[in-house]
Design a protein around this ligand. Structure first.
Ligand SMILES: Nc1ncnc2c1ncn2[C@@H]1O[C@H](COP(=O)(O)OP(=O)(O)OP(=O)(O)O)[C@@H](O)[C@H]1O
Length: 271
């Protein structure tokens, strides 16, 4: 394939679509009084529905804090966070995947997914079909009877992703979900997440340290400055979301160029 094969129009960033997430002048501070520490802000950010936004930056720049604000786990010290026009509430409106999968280890893969479907309000009669769909989607068909301690780290993270997809939330939040995995498993899961997001059209916010991961996954990349994290670079990714193989994409000149640009921006923003 030639480098020109992976060009795509820049409308991938989703301009003109409905607004999924909006941050207005958001500042977040941890602690009180003289002991307080500003981790984030001020940040203004609008994420259109269907966008795959990746937040990149050096360790401690506030990526997870921003994600936690969008998930509703934290309230901003100043400014406002809106998800589909409302203040976010934990457990409602967004599926969340963490670096370490939070599963019930004594349950089977099936049991973990069924529980998520129950919490999501899916009727008992519909759960087996929905479970099969989810297991297929994340490539876990065949291990559903195993307990969590009987499957690999990559498979556990797949279960966590299936659980996050169980509730049909239009928003998916992922905080360095592949950081602890080996390179091959990481690449496979990146491909799966990319496809899941493209097929389901979910708005996704993904946190990573890696410029490579950001360019592979994102339709838009935001590089944060060192703390307090603010937006250093807001970059649309004009690479195709479908129709090009993962290897071809990773080996293309456009991919290499974007990766170098993001990597350079991360280093400059951390300096
Ligand atoms: N609960 C907390 N109390 C006090 N400080 C915190 C808390 N959580 C995070 N911080 C601090 O806020 C800053 C931003 O942390 P955050 O975890 O958001 O960064 P990050 O970019 O996700 O880092 P990493 O890439 O290392 O996970 C860091 O300096 C961190 O030490």
């Amino acid at each position: 394939m030639t480098s020109s094969d992976v060009s795509a129009p820049p409308e991938e960033a989703g301009t003109g679509q409905a607004e999924a997430v909006r941050l207005d002048r958001v500042v977040h501070r941890y602690g009180l009084g003289g002991e307080s520490f500003t981790a984030v802000g001020p940040v203004d950010l609008t994420v259109p529905a269907g966008e795959f936004l990746v937040l990149v930056g050096a360790s401690g720049c506030g990526k997870s804090t921003l994600l936690r604000l969008v998930a509703g786990f934290e309230r901003p010290t100043r400014g406002s966070v809106r998800v589909h026009g409302a203040e976010p509430r934990p457990g409602a409106g967004a599926g969340v995947v963490f670096q370490t999968p939070r599963l019930f280890p004594w349950r089977t893969v099936r049991g973990n997914i069924d529980l998520a479907l129950r919490y999501a309000g899916v009727e008992r009669a519909r759960r087996p079909e929905r479970r099969r769909e989810l297991l297929d989607r994340v490539g876990l068909a065949g291990v559903e009877g195993r307990r969590v301690w009987e499957i690999s780290g990559g498979q556990r993270q797949r279960v966590a992703i299936a659980r996050a997809l169980a509730a049909e939330n239009p928003l998916l939040l992922l905080d360095e979900p592949f950081a602890a995995l080996d390179a091959l498993t990481r690449e496979r899961l990146q491909e799966d997440v990319r496809q899941v997001a493209a097929r389901t059209g979910r708005t996704t916010v993904f946190v990573t340290h890696s410029a490579e991961e950001a360019v592979f996954l994102g339709s838009r990349i935001i590089v944060l400055t060192r703390s307090p994290g603010t937006v250093a670079l807001d970059l649309p990714v004009p690479l195709p979301r479908a129709g090009v193989g993962a290897e071809d994409l990773r080996n293309s000149a456009e991919f290499a160029e974007l990766r170098a640009r993001v990597s350079h921006a991360v280093k400059a923003a951390a300096a």
